[in-house]
Design a protein around this ligand. Structure first.
Ligand SMILES: [Zn+2]
Ligand SMILES: [Zn+2]
Length: 343
């Protein structure tokens, strides 16, 4: 699952130096946003909010721009959504599939086909598994694409269809721009935080042994994740993960808020799983999540993301340094990535 991000200091661009296991590790720790710290750091928070790379730019504004484009150019008019008909259902499913291929496929194309970075800054030097019994079709990427397009894409569309139908039939509360402009704008700031809070608790829940064994194990087959691993989840996990949008069923919001929340959840995992330390593309594009990579590598740590310090508060934070925070947590993931990894 999801992303963001402590970005490296500019002088610490990824190098090719690897440890004895062939893993690349940043020489600096994963850090949290300066948001909930004591003593408070208001200037640092302001800088984090508005400068690049920070809270707004590039990640959240890019996702907001995608949602705005979809809202204005691809969204069926709400008046069409009062009844479930194939025309608008097909329209949003095809649009969602296009987004998946654009974002997940885009990262994969740049980093794994064009190989613009080579293995520079790649946490695990191996490329995705082929000829492996662990994955469907014996191939990690084909497996991940199946779960993303064939399953997650449908569940994503189902959430969208039902919620649009509810808005269209006035069955859930609606917030209008003209009557509540401050609340309307406030939603866009709140959604990334709500997403992170929701993700942390859902993620803790699916690490409960019975749920892990039957549900979350599927995502964790990807010890060495690639962009397509982000939404490669068991359908029960996808339903739980995307339930982040159910907040719109009870708190007044506009369908555009809902669309942003849903697309944020559905698209952000691509950059959270691509397996490279950012910034990529000659240091121009801040992206990637060492924070979440450590969760895939060590498993019992970093359930959340790096804005709200929930892992720190609940004792599950690992900063990635050999003698840093979290080294007393359980060690390496004991599962096997299976045979057939190419190095
Ligand atoms: Zn993940
Ligand atoms: Zn997990």
């Amino acid at each position: 699952m999801p992303p963001p991000t402590s970005q490296p200091p500019p002088e610490s661009a990824p190098t090719e130096t690897r440890n004895a296991k062939g893993e690349w590790r940043p020489p600096y720790p994963v850090t949290y946003a300066p948001l909930l710290v004591w003593p408070p750091r208001p200037l640092a928070v302001l800088k984090w909010l508005v400068t690049y790379p920070g809270f707004m730019w590039p990640r959240n504004l890019t996702l907001l721009a995608i949602s705005a484009f979809c809202w204005f150019y691809t969204q069926p008019d709400l008046t069409r959504c009062t009844r479930f008909t194939w025309d608008w259902l097909g329209q949003i499913y095809l649009r969602n599939l296009a987004l998946i291929w654009l974002v997940y496929g885009g990262y994969y194309f740049i980093l794994y086909i064009l190989k613009t970075e080579g293995t520079k800054g790649k946490y695990d030097a191996r490329w995705p598994a082929t000829n492996s019994r662990v994955f469907l079709f014996g191939n990690q990427v084909y497996d991940n694409i199946f779960w993303t397009c064939g399953v997650a894409g449908l569940i994503w569309t189902a959430y969208e269809a039902v919620t649009l139908w509810l808005y269209a039939n006035h069955r859930i509360p609606y917030l209008d721009w003209h009557t509540h402009p401050v609340l309307f704008v406030g939603w866009f700031f709140a959604i990334p935080f709500w997403r992170e809070f929701h993700f942390y608790w859902i993620h803790r829940l699916i690490h409960w042994k019975p749920l892990y064994k039957h549900v979350h194990y599927l995502h964790h087959k990807n010890i060495n994740p690639n962009p397509w691993s982000g939404m490669a989840m068991h359908p029960v996990e996808t339903i739980a993960y995307l339930s982040v949008v159910l907040i719109h069923w009870v708190i007044p919001s506009h369908p555009f808020h809902f669309l942003f929340n849903l697309q944020h959840a559905a698209l952000a995992p691509a950059c959270g799983h691509h397996g490279f330390e950012g910034p990529i593309l000659d240091g121009k594009l801040p992206t990637g999540s060492y924070f979440h990579y450590l969760h895939h590598r060590y498993f019992e740590c970093n359930y959340g993301e790096s804005t709200l310090p929930l892992d720190r508060w609940f004792g599950t934070f690992r900063d990635g340094l050999p003698k840093g925070a979290g080294t007393d947590l359980p060690g390496e993931h004991q599962g096997s990535p299976g045979p057939g990894f190419r190095s």
